[in-house]
Design a protein around this ligand. Structure first.
Ligand SMILES: C[S@@+](CC[C@H](N)C(=O)[O-])C[C@H]1O[C@@H](n2cnc3c(N)ncnc32)[C@H](O)[C@@H]1O
Length: 249
């Protein structure tokens, strides 16, 4: 487990990207700010089938229905939020939050929803505010897993549902090799100017390194239970695409 003091960090220090832990937050902000304008086209190339359709299916599977109020943390360019809007309808609401200013500009150009610049670890909302909370492909990037999950518990209403989408390191050796090779090829392809560029190539390398070094599913499920969530579980596709769900009692 990667635990420092009271904090539970998602992966060990990655010195190929930042020199020491104190620089991690700045690194994460910069890499997403620098790639925000190309995030959607890069995501289309890389998606491996985890596009908007998959996000929508995962939301429905987890219990999102019309008229719910939703907070989408780490909304990025709004791919999860867009699927949510189509499910909750006009009587529901979707709010997006992200730490990257440039990502918020991108989502603001596409979706007409309240957007807030903030950190998953310190949510600017009252207790018991939302029926549903989502985080798509960003738990690997937070500063403190425990602090983040505590915040999710706090802002969800009793009976509220949490859905975290993540890419987990495959435990099957063959699938691990296939996914590792796929990411290596994608780093080479997406680094080509015109398709992506140097920053985008580095982002994909960072994705793989964080997937490879991320704490296991059992730690996420245990931390959800320790935080007070009930029915914490994961659903996996291809031993890679993972949906963590839990309910606030
Ligand atoms: C891979 S993108 C995912 C975007 C979107 N959820 C999706 O499914 O496509 C990760 C996003 O997480 C955001 N992020 C990373 N750490 C964060 C934090 N601690 N608090 C809020 N947002 C964060 C980044 O700025 C980036 O927009």
């Amino acid at each position: 487990m990667t635990q420092t003091g009271e904090k539970l960090v998602p992966h060990p220090h990655l010195k190929q990207f930042y020199e020491d832990e104190s620089q991690r937050e700045e690194f994460v902000n910069r890499i997403f700010d620098d790639t925000a304008s190309k995030y959607d086209p890069v995501n289309n190339i890389l998606s491996l089938g985890s596009g908007i359709r998959y996000r929508k299916q995962a939301l429905i599977r987890s219990g999102l229905t019309s008229e719910m109020s939703v907070l989408d943390v780490a909304t990025g360019t709004g791919l999860v939020a867009a699927a949510e809007i189509s499910i909750v309808g006009p009587k529901g609401s979707v709010t997006g939050l992200d730490r990257s200013y440039n990502m918020l500009i991108e989502v603001g150009n596409k979706l007409n929803i309240p957007l807030i610049q903030g950190d998953a670890n310190v949510l600017p909302f009252a207790d018991n505010s939302f029926h549903f909370l989502t985080m798509g492909y960003a738990l690997r990037h937070v500063d403190d897993l425990k602090g983040t999950l505590k915040e999710y518990f706090r802002v969800l209403k009793p009976g509220g549902i949490l859905l975290i989408l993540e890419l987990m390191r495959p435990t099957n050796k063959m699938i691990y090799r296939i996914v590792q090779l796929y990411f290596r090829l994608m780093v080479a392809l997406i680094s080509i100017p015109g398709i992506g560029g140097k920053n985008e190539g580095r982002l994909i390398k960072y994705y793989w390194d964080t997937i490879d070094k991320f704490v296991g599913s059992n730690i996420i499920i245990n931390t959800l239970s320790e935080t007070g969530f009930e029915e914490a579980k994961s659903h996996q596709i291809f031993n890679f695409f993972t949906e963590f769900t839990a309910i606030k009692p």
